[in-house]
Design a protein around this ligand. Structure first.
Ligand code: ACO
Length: 430
């Protein structure tokens, strides 16, 4: 291999010179688009662990060093100094806003928070006990039926209106799903409140009495949204890009992302962590569950442990663990035993040879559920909260994908292992 070319020699001795592309930081990538033409082979990488699917200038992760940066800014600095709305502006526009840009963006988002009144009828059609993620993806998909006046992907103004609408309305939809579950009236958004305060208000207030927003709860929520805002080409983001690459409207693409996020190997893990901690119940059972997680014949895994990219530590988990202490001290004494159990489980697993050898560390979801629970958010809403935070990342990636001059419909190939060609057999001869 020379500096900028990767040489690959096939079984028949034909050599292909594959261009090597360099990013700002991180590993180079070998461009293999002409490999099939020259060598007659596809590449095979199930799960895409070694495949770059696109060029992106939004988020950078170094899984070995535990680095996560949005547009070049370390997530630790954004978590300590920024707000979710400012981070959203950064992700969507590439730069931190000036004071007036931030004010304008913030007020635009606040003015888009209400849903078309007709959309509330959708909720009446769901069973009262429908999972909120099911309602979220369905209602977001249906936004294309209400906001079709501005969803032309080729129109920059439409892209901008879509971005504001989805970011502003997702908390309203999420809160309505929760209210349906508990049989309370939907609460309208209040535009005098910031993003996280407004969500708390829509979730927990009722028309019958005043509701006081706890500043620590709002701060914790804002932090969790910052930490979940983007994570480069993860499963749900890649799903949004793939669905959007066909030219499908952006609401459908986001609805596809929400569905992908729901799985327990992805955003559904925060719900699974709490279920797991409840099942473990007591510190005396930890070793039994750690043994189950190590047993190859047992499907049980320690939820909230392990990550496709982070093989050292997940920087988000470190920040969330600190916030857990603050939130529990302020709000959730009754949840302290669960937090203690989580800390003890982490300690045992991090000393265990199996977890050390496989580089399995707590990920972002290990502690986020404990905070949500202390805020009074039910387990079934955990992945919904993740979706609210991640929505801006999905939107930024959709915009990047749709404006990429080299963009093509995503259409992978395969290794076919089915029957070779055979003749149709008449039904009476089978
Ligand atoms: N508990 C026990 N063993 C585990 C765990 C775990 N949580 N995670 C991985 N392993 C083991 C696997 O059994 C495998 O062992 P093997 O090499 O002997 O077969 C090895 O570690 C590698 O695991 P893979 O599943 O191949 O790793 P992959 O990168 O495909 O999966 C994933 C990553 C899905 C996150 C996985 O670690 C997992 O299932 N974790 C639990 C679910 C979870 O917390 N998901 C949230 C991820 S973060 C997010 O989406 C926000």
């Amino acid at each position: 291999m020379t500096k900028d070319v990767f040489q690959l020699t096939g079984p028949d001795g034909t050599t292909s010179e594959l261009p090597v592309r360099k990013g700002t930081i991180g590993p180079d990538v070998v461009e293999i688009s002409k490999l099939y033409r020259e060598q007659g082979v596809f590449t095979y990488d199930p799960g895409y662990g070694a495949t770059g699917s696109c060029e992106s200038d939004i988020t950078y992760i170094d899984g070995e060093k535990g680095i996560l940066m949005y547009r070049g800014y370390p997530v630790e600095q954004l978590a300590a100094k920024s707000s979710f709305i400012e981070v959203s502006y950064l992700l969507l526009n590439g730069e931190l806003p000036t004071a007036s840009e931030l004010e304008e963006f913030d007020s635009t988002i606040r003015r888009h928070t209400m849903l078309n009144e007709g959309m509330l009828n959708f909720f009446k059609g769901f069973r009262y006990d429908a999972h909120p993620m099911a309602m979220l993806s369905a209602v977001v998909g249906s936004m294309s039926a209400y906001y079709h006046n501005a969803m032309d992907a080729s129109n920059p103004e439409h892209r901008s209106i879509f971005s504001h609408r989805i970011l502003a309305k997702l908390p309203t939809i999420a809160a309505a799903a929760y209210k349906l579950n508990i049989g309370q009236p939907f609460m309208y958004p209040r535009n005098d409140l910031n993003y996280s305060e407004n969500l708390l208000q829509m979730l927990f207030s009722v028309p019958a009495e005043p509701y006081e927003i706890d500043p620590v709860a709002a701060e914790a929520l804002d932090l969790l949204f910052i930490l979940h805002a983007d994570h480069e080409q993860n499963c749900s983001t890649s799903t949004v890009r793939m669905a959007g690459s066909s030219g499908a409207n952006p609401y459908s693409a986001i609805a596809a992302g929400i569905s992908a996020l729901w799985g327990p190997a992805h955003g559904g893990a925060n719900e699974a962590v709490l279920n797991m901690l409840t099942e473990i119940g007591d510190a005396k059972n930890i070793s039994k569950y750690v043994d189950k997680a190590k047993d190859k014949n047992d499907p049980f895994r320690l939820m909230g442990f392990g990550h496709r990219v982070y093989k050292n530590f997940d920087p988000r988990a470190t920040i969330i663990r600190e916030m857990c202490h603050k939130v529990l001290a302020q709000l959730g004494r009754q949840d302290t035993p669960m937090f203690d159990l989580a800390l003890q489980l982490e300690e045992v697993a991090l000393k265990d040879e199996y977890f050390v050898e496989k580089n399995l560390y707590p990920n972002v979801d290990f502690y986020s559920g404990i905070i949500y629970r202390a805020l009074g958010i039910p387990t079934s809403m955990f992945t919904v909260m993740f979706a609210i935070g991640r929505c801006v990342g999905w939107t930024a990636h959709w915009r990047e994908m749709i404006t990429d001059p080299n963009g093509r419909i995503s259409r992978p190939r395969q290794l076919y292992t089915g029957p070779a060609a055979r003749d149709y057999v008449a039904i009476d001869k089978r």
